[in-house]
Design a protein around this ligand. Sequence first.
Ligand SMILES: [Zn+2]
Length: 92
Amino acid sequence: MCPETRREKIASMLKENEMTISEIARCLEMSVKDVEEDLIHISRSKKFGTLVVLPARCRKCGFVFKPAVKIPKKCPRCKSTWIEEPVFKIYS
Ligand SMILES: [Zn+2]
């Protein structure tokens, strides 16, 4: 599949819905790593609109991560791996 088309597909999904990296990966049958790469590209490109990140949170202690295009593995405060993924949305 052409990567440009794939990014456009992700962008149009995120204009309609708030989604996590895992949800996008499941929906488009992509790897998490590929979705992360595409989201980083989308966030840098002007043509897709503004990518907004609701940051990841630790479900155990409530620690809020810096907004970033990646799924954190571990909470730096309590070391829990019970992490709520960041959520993405595009505003055009
Ligand atoms: Zn924590």
